[in-house]
Design a protein around this ligand. Structure first.
Ligand SMILES: [Fe+2]
Length: 331
């Protein structure tokens, strides 16, 4: 086998490193199958010393599936399609969010979450690379939901296990309800969030199980404290207290036991979005950071909307409304 697979870190039960990937090597179906096996088993893969190009990122993504259209315009925050199918996210402290935690300022900070929690279909994952690396911070954290489930205190685990969680597309950091860090405040708001917030008011809330079971039998704690709005059937003080307690445990366990990746220009990483949570540690202003990510299609089949229906229908409905509005303005 022309690729070399090794543990991401010897003390972790998840994650792998792969070396030796190239365009030529990826033409070999046996290699592609081996990479998929590692992904299913370990959940996060860091590919080292790969050609740092869009073409390579696309070739690597194709191992895992086809690319997904985004369910809602602009909902992946400040990202723009560069024409290749990868979304480029450039954050400049001049106009991006800046938060203060314990008296320190951070730009490009993101709390623990999984992608697309605000809609019914969960993408399989994404291939990520760092295009502009900040000289401090900007690490991407990956936390295994299987470990989170095992490590969650028993009383909380038993109570949250059968719950389902509401999510909305409201991503503003000053609206974070659950898992808010201590001594946290938003210092500067990126205007993109306001547009997304407006869209969130007409987009139905999505619901995902707090815990789900993989085909291989492991239970996964899969809660995104960011964008969570409450527990289905328990939107009351008691339910809110439970979700807050679990979210703070996710912060505590995640921050202590996650893998935090320090980027090199020749790295690419993929994570299993059905199993892992991820976050970004933030950089200290004034440094910029830019990352490029593909979104790989798929669905674990357990998400739904509060009022029924599917996101595919919503996309079609919105397209029809837009085309009808365009027709009205022409007539
Ligand atoms: Fe994300």
């Amino acid at each position: 086998m022309p690729i070399e697979v090794s543990p991401l870190r010897d003390d972790l039960s998840f994650g792998a490193k792969i070396n030796g990937v190239s365009h030529d090597v990826l033409r070999d179906e046996a290699v592609r199958e081996r990479i998929r096996q590692v992904f299913d088993d370990r959940g996060v893969i860091v590919f080292e010393k790969v050609e740092p190009t869009d073409a390579m990122q696309m070739a690597l993504s194709s191992v895992f599936g086809s690319l997904k259209q985004h369910p809602v315009e602009g909902a992946d925050f400040d990202e723009s399609d560069d024409g290749t199918g990868a979304l480029v996210n450039t954050l400049d402290p001049k106009d991006c969010d800046i938060v203060e935690i314990d008296g320190k300022l951070y730009s490009n900070w993101l709390p623990w979450h999984f992608d697309h929690c605000y809609t019914d279909e969960l993408n399989r994952g994404g291939v990520l690379r760092s295009i502009e690396i900040a000289p401090n911070g900007g690490l991407t954290g990956f936390m295994d939901g299987i470990v989170l489930y095992d490590q969650l205190p028993r009383e909380l685990r038993e109570e949250i296990e059968s719950c389902s969680i509401f999510y909305s597309m409201d991503m503003q950091f000053d609206h974070i309800t659950y898992g808010r860090p201590d001594n946290f405040q938003l210092v500067q708001l990126d205007w993109h969030w306001i547009d997304i917030f407006k869209q969130s008011r007409t987009y139905p809330r999505a619901i995902h199980p707090a815990v789900w079971t993989r085909k291989t039998g492991e239970k996964v704690l899969h809660i995104s404290p960011w964008m969570a709005e409450g527990i289905e059937g328990r939107e009351n003080d008691d339910g809110d207290a439970l979700l807050e307690a679990v979210s703070q445990e996710i912060n505590r366990i995640g921050n202590a036991q996650a893998y935090f990746h320090k980027w090199e220009a020749s790295d690419m990483a993929i994570w299993d979005n059905w199993r892992f949570l991820h976050r970004v540690t933030g950089c200290h202003p004034p440094h910029r950071r830019a990352a490029s990510r593909t979104t790989i299609q798929g669905d674990y089949g357990l998400g739904r909307f509060e009022q029924g229906g599917r996101s595919r229908d919503l996309v079609l409905e919105r397209a029809a409304q837009a085309s009808s509005k365009a027709g009205e303005s022409l007539s």
